[in-house]
Design a protein around this ligand. Structure first.
Ligand code: URA
Length: 209
């Protein structure tokens, strides 16, 4: 496994992953758990962020504290990525949110771009690219291409479940992008779904099936 791939082995995340994998889980619980996993993953992903010292005055005396030294931009890939944004914002409420609209051509499984919007200062920010399912890796890789073209230099990928094929593809195209996942599954099936996976994440989040 590539050194830049991190799979969380955490009891809270595993517990919530089992809830969202279960096909009997209703839309409300699915959405809440996806968001909560987003928050838990972010807590670990951001461990290495740079901080700077600032002086503040407590009710007792002056003291030196730390604040984040870099702005953070969350960029969900529409539409399933939206499901993790609220959870991430709970942990980093000052983050900006950009968007990338991509869909998979159902026959070729190739990503088609239909929307992109980022804050102007993206080149100076840490970018958290969010898409729950790292399946073929083609959408994620295209999204990183788009972010880099917009000037982003520091991109991390955050997802829920990866297929080995997708992890391999994204790492081979963008070895500088660390990949953070709650779980690494077995394979992709002939329709491009992750096995065992959780089905179509966008449909389960938005109740469209
Ligand atoms: N996208 C999904 O929503 N689910 C998969 O299993 C693969 C891609």
């Amino acid at each position: 496994m590539n050194k830049n791939v991190f799979i969380f082995n955490h009891p809270l995340i595993d517990h919530k992953m089992t809830i969202i994998r279960n096909k009997e889980t209703n839309i409300k619980d699915f959405k809440e758990n996806v968001s909560e996993i987003g928050a838990l993953i972010t807590y670990e992903v951001t461990r290495g962020l740079k901080t700077k010292d600032v002086t503040v005055e407590t009710p007792i005396c002056k003291t030196v504290g730390k604040v984040l030294a870099q702005k953070i931009v969350i960029v969900p890939i529409l539409r399933a990525g939206l499901g993790m944004v609220d959870g991430i914002l709970q942990v980093i409420p000052t983050a900006r949110v950009g968007h990338i609209g991509l869909y998979r051509d159902e026959k070729t499984l190739e990503p088609i771009t239909y929307y992109q919007k980022f804050p102007k200062e993206i080149k100076d920010c840490t970018v958290l690219l969010v898409d729950p399912m790292l399946a073929t890796g083609k959408s994620a890789s295209r999204a990183v291409d788009i972010l880099k073209s917009a000037g982003a230099k520091n991109v991390c990928y955050i997802g829920l479940i990866g297929a080995p094929e997708g992890v391999e593809y994204l790492s081979s195209k963008h070895s500088d992008v660390p990949i953070y996942l709650a779980a690494l599954d077995t394979k992709l099936n002939e329709k491009g779904y992750i096995v065992p996976g959780l089905g179509d994440c966008g449909d389960r989040l938005f109740g469209t099936k």
